[in-house]
Design a binder for this molecule. Structure first.
Ligand code: ADP
Ligand code: MG
Length: 239
């Protein structure tokens, strides 16, 4: 199978600090890859580089063999969900979901029907006309997920989408995200610092530390054959 999204030697500096240090990463179409690492290791920065919210200081990012740097962020076909919900508070649920489609000039009837499909997908058909603040955290994240899928991205980036939620809601939404991802065969890069989440969700896990990917493999391989003590501790292979 071909690599769908490829990061080649990606580097990012903030001042003198090397936040991404030669990151290589390939994701196949339809795969869910988790980037797992401690706070501050560069996970969000990596997602922001893919989404076009931050510029690279070196290396390349290719989507279907095309260099993303040559495409403006809005036409990148990359969807992103953040840790905090980041919905527009003054727009209703359906206006939030339709926002990106509207920006791209998609006509109202098409927006409407796509919005209905997506709200059904995330189980929020009843909530079209309410405002975000009347929803629970889990429901807001589902709206954020629907909104990011609305523009039919080729890649979905999820930046710790569950970490602000209570344990029970987190587990339910975790399972739902995986189900939706599989159903849509959505190529997904999921970021977390929670090893249990990574073990349950992922086709493949990349362990990140200090701006580098230190090991990449199946959940089983990382758990049973960590190459370093850092990976072993992070995977909970021993405590
Ligand atoms: P993670 O998401 O893994 O917690 P981040 O990508 O947010 O890590 O941050 C990686 C490092 O880059 C941290 O040391 C952070 O302080 C630094 N950093 C992130 N964004 C900026 C910025 N805009 N300016 C300066 N330093 C930043
Ligand atoms: Mg982060």
């Amino acid at each position: 199978m071909n690599d769908y999204l490829q990061l080649q030697g990606v580097r990012k500096m903030f001042g003198e600090t090397r936040v991404l240090d030669h990151v290589d990463l390939s994701i196949r179409e339809g795969e869910l890859v988790t980037l797992l690492g401690p706070s501050g290791c560069g996970k969000s920065t990596l997602l922001r580089c893919i989404a076009g919210l931050a510029e690279l200081d070196g290396g390349r990012i290719l989507l279907e063999n095309k260099d993303l740097a040559k495409q403006p962020p809005r036409s990148r076909q990359v969807g992103m969900v953040f840790q905090s919900y980041a919905l527009f508070p003054n727009l209703t649920v359906s206006e939030n979901v339709e926002y990106g489609m509207k920006m791209r000039g998609i006509a109202r009837p098409a927006r409407r029907s796509r919005c209905e499909e997506l709200l059904a997908l995330v189980d929020l058909e009843e909530k079209h006309d309410v405002y975000p603040q009347s929803l629970s955290g889990g429901q807001q994240q589902r709206v954020a997920l629907a909104r990011s899928l609305a523009v039919q991205p080729k890649v979905l980036l999820l930046d710790e989408p569950l970490s602000a939620l209570d344990a029970k809601i987190r587990k339910n939404l975790r399972a739902e995200i995986r189900e939706i991802q599989k159903r849509l065969r959505m190529t997904t890069l999921f970021v977390t610092h929670d090893q249990e989440e990574a073990l349950i969700l992922s086709d493949r896990i990349c362990i990140m530390n200090q701006g580098r990917i230190v090991q990449d493999g199946s959940p089983e391989a990382l758990y049973t054959a960590p190459r370093t003590e850092f990976v072993a501790r992070f995977m909970g292979s021993y405590n």
